[in-house]
Write a protein that binds this ligand. Structure first.
Ligand SMILES: Cc1ncc(COP(=O)(O)O)c(C=O)c1O
Length: 481
């Protein structure tokens, strides 16, 4: 007798059948996506695998509902069920992170950061201007006062971590809207150690006097001391904002505590919900009492209608993150990351900062293997290992070709791989990168993009990577065949 289908298999099969009835190519692409994800050794530090409950919470009638406003105060009628899921998500977030307030509407990390920037601008620039003019709200200002306020809003300063030290584009860099809004200056890392240089940061803050200091990163493999960051912010009259998009799962899982937990130290904390936190694709803002009113004005200040189906999935993911097993998961992410670092360094690789304290490592592939990040990324991809290239501090190859490969462990840890497997993955990475060589352009000139890799090495590593993954099936309870 065939085994009965699991509830999850039935749910996803039925959903795909319904979709196939309308546009079979979409159903096929969804099916192919899960197959591709099952087959790839994913070391992308910002990706993960959401649970079936999180995925299913997104595919339903909440998608149809407009709910601009906040819980209990909407611009649209009929929002009681949205109120329920938004309240649940916010309550779970508050409990999980020990935050005074949580705003779960942002659609993504960049939206969460925009809400945070404008909340601070509203509190620290707009509110005093309204008071000076004796106005209750912006619509009450004269044309002259409004023009003056707009000039003031557009003339504020932000201090953020430099991109090559691991900061993010949304922290005030020119290609992003944050760089067009703020006069930005960066802080970086000590060239000798690769570690954040708090003394230099303090000196820059004293001189530059920013309105906002942004902490947080997407490619820094070490801890950040948020107590010191807050001290510096207080000293210069800045608001401390922490973007914990990458490491929210480690905060939720109580791996980052005390000085390294941003929530008790920063006035405002933003995050994505889909990276180490393992929820749906989305964003969130946490804040202390001083910014609640302004953060809750995220819609209509920055956002339009929230995505209630995604807020439902956030509530499910946050409930999952409150389970004791999530703390075990978060610890295993870091154990795996350290095992990967040890395995790589034992084989001679140079890591930025000489190791890791979190979920990611940054391999200096130029020093270690004479490759650009672009060449290393492609050689690894040919061998079934999915990573991404990343700049390293003072990168000689610039932000496009780069000299670094960023590798993270949240996704493989979700699959159940442990420290033994990480050592083997370090061996596979080292094997590919010692075998790969820089290639040439079609005209025979040296190329920073092309690489040469013996096909036998690529095949051998791909085969071993596939064998490793076979031992740790992704979504073992879901059979779509
Ligand atoms: C630190 C940080 N902030 C913000 C973002 C932006 O998140 P999203 O892609 O959801 O807009 C990212 C994404 O890479 C990030 O790493």
């Amino acid at each position: 007798m065939p085994e009965p289908l699991s509830t999850e298999s039935t749910a996803f099969r039925s959903a795909l059948d319904v979709i196939r009835g309308v546009e079979p190519r979409v159903a096929d692409a969804i099916g192919q996506e899960v197959e591709d994800q099952r087959a790839s050794l994913k070391l992308i530090a910002s990706e993960n695998y959401a649970s079936p409950a999180v995925l299913l919470a997104m595919g339903n009638w909440f998608s149809d509902k407009y709910a601009e406003g906040t819980i209990g105060r909407r611009f649209y009628a009929g929002c009681r069920n949205v109120d329920t899921v938004e309240s649940l998500a916010a309550e779970h977030a508050k409990e999980l992170f020990g935050a005074r307030h949580a705003y779960v509407q942002p659609h993504s990390g960049i939206d969460a950061n925009l809400v945070a920037f404008w909340a601070v601008l509203a509190a620290r620039v707009e509110a005093p201007a309204l008071q000076r003019a004796g106005a209750r709200q912006v619509n009450d200002l004269s044309e002259k006062d409004w023009a003056e306020l707009r000039r003031e809003l557009g003339n504020q300063r932000m201090l953020g971590m430099s991109l090559d030290a691991g900061g993010h584009l949304t922290h005030g860099f020119r290609p992003n809207i944050s760089g067009k809004m703020f006069d930005q200056r960066s802080y970086g890392t000590d060239p000798a150690t690769g570690l954040l240089d708090y003394d230099a940061l303090r000196a820059t803050a004293r001189e530059f006097k920013p309105l906002i200091i942004v902490a947080g990163y997407s490619a820094y493999p070490r801890l950040v001391n948020f107590r010191i960051m807050r001290e510096i912010a207080d000293e210069v009259g800045a608001t401390l904002m922490v973007d914990m998009a990458h490491f929210a799962g480690l905060v939720a899982g109580k791996v980052l505590t005390g000085d390294f937990d941003p929530v008790p130290h920063a006035q405002i904390v933003t995050t994505t919900t889909h990276k180490s936190l393992r929820g749906p694709r989305g964003g969130m803002v946490l804040c202390d009492d001083s910014l609640v009113e302004q953060v809750d004005r995220g819609c209509p200040m920055v956002l339009g209608g929230p995505l209630p189906h995604v807020m439902a999935a956030k509530a499910v993911a946050l409930a999952e993150a409150r389970q004791p097993s999530f703390q075990d998961y978060a610890q295993r992410i870091v154990d795996n990351s350290r095992a990967l670092a040890d395995g790589l360094m034992r084989r001679g690789a140079t890591l930025v900062t000489g190791g890791t304290d979190n979920h990611l490592n940054l391999i200096d592939v130029a020093t270690s293997y004479g490759l650009t990040g672009r060449q290393a990324e492609s050689a690894l991809l040919d061998s079934g290992v999915v990573t991404n290239r990343n700049a390293i501090p003072q990168d000689p190859n610039g932000a496009w070709y780069t000299s670094g490969i960023r590798i993270g462990t949240p996704a493989l840890t979700t699959r159940g791989l442990g420290t033994g497997e990480m050592d083997e993955i370090a061996a596979l990475i080292d094997r590919v990168l010692t075998s790969a060589e820089a290639g040439t352009t079609s005209k025979g000139a040296p190329s920073k993009a092309q690489h040469v890799l013996d096909e036998k090495v690529a095949d051998e590593v791909s085969r071993r990577a596939a064998e490793l993954l076979d031992g740790f099936p992704l979504y073992p309870g879901i059979d779509l065949s």
